[in-house]
Write a protein that binds this ligand. Structure first.
Ligand SMILES: [Zn+2]
Length: 279
């Protein structure tokens, strides 16, 4: 249901006050990260429980460099150990769906609060507009994140399996192999940090773009968090205006990987907003 601006008591154009920061849903990012970390730790624990105890047997086999075949081969025992580890660490569909849906809903709510807060502050009124494309942003995000959540143990164990096979073929000792395996525990831990930060930034950025353009905002000012982790190209964009129609090469704020920058709406006069104004 699209709505056009309703006549206001006085038709004079009010110049909007400069908006305060459109805050980043950091709390939701941290909760998502905490949940994803559980999956990373489950994969690590599964390696400790199912893969490490199997290594002495794997390394005791003769002819390690021969083509590993047959049910008694080291390759087969290792493969079984990794299958058991995956079985123990795997995330079930319902759990992944529930987590993705909950986080999407929370980021959406947070973004909506920021949007209303900004408009109230800028215009002193509440602004309403139907958001028919919202599901088209949330559902694909959820689908992508269900895949990412499930991939945490799968991708890690797959990578590790490949490395262990290569190390066994090289004749690595039990002690070195155990150490090398434990050194990979950082892989899933840092991957979940990347996922949480990147995915929350993208969703928040997409919602912000939709909500601003939906009410007729054409431009925004690039705003960064200005911490030491912000990339130089984004620091250089600080305060510069961009059109929603013409994204920079790496995308609008929040779209580049791990970007926490945000778009400060360049608000039109109240009468030029494409929305229902409640006085
Ligand atoms: Zn950025």
């Amino acid at each position: 249901m699209a709505s056009s601006p309703t006549p206001t008591a006085s038709r004079r154009s009010r110049t909007p006050r400069p908006p305060k920061q459109w805050r980043y849903p950091l709390g939701d990012e941290q909760d998502y990260l905490r949940a994803l970390r559980t999956q990373a730790e489950a994969a690590i624990l599964a390696v400790e429980r199912y893969v490490l105890p199997e290594l002495p047997r794997v390394l005791r086999q003769d002819d390690l460099r021969n083509t590993p075949e047959g049910p008694e081969s080291w390759f087969e025992s290792l493969r079984r150990a990794f299958m058991e580890a995956l079985g123990a660490a795997m995330v079930d569909d319902g759990k992944a769906q529930g987590l993705a849906a909950m986080i999407a809903q929370r980021v959406e709510k947070y973004n909506k609060e920021q949007y209303h807060r900004l408009l109230r502050r800028a215009y002193g009124v509440d602004v309403f507009k139907a958001e028919p494309r919202l599901a088209g942003i949330l559902r694909p995000w959820e689908a992508e994140n269900i895949g990412l959540i499930k991939s945490i143990p799968e991708q890690y164990l797959d990578t590790l399996h490949g490395r262990v096979v290569a190390a066994v073929r090289r004749g690595t000792s039990l002690r070195d192999l155990t150490r090398q395996i434990r050194e990979t525990y950082d892989l899933p831990r840092s991957r979940v940090e990347l996922i949480a930060r990147d995915q929350i930034g993208k969703l928040n950025g997409d919602l912000t773009e939709y909500r601003q353009t939906n009410i007729g905002v054409k431009k925004y000012r690039w705003r960064g968090v200005m911490d030491e982790r912000e990339r130089d190209e984004h620091v250089e964009r600080e305060g510069q205006e961009f059109e929603w129609d013409k994204p920079p090469p790496d995308g609008h704020p929040g779209k580049p990987i791990r970007c926490r920058c945000w778009a400060e709406a360049v608000l039109p006069a109240l009468d030029d907003l494409d929305a229902l104004i409640i006085h």
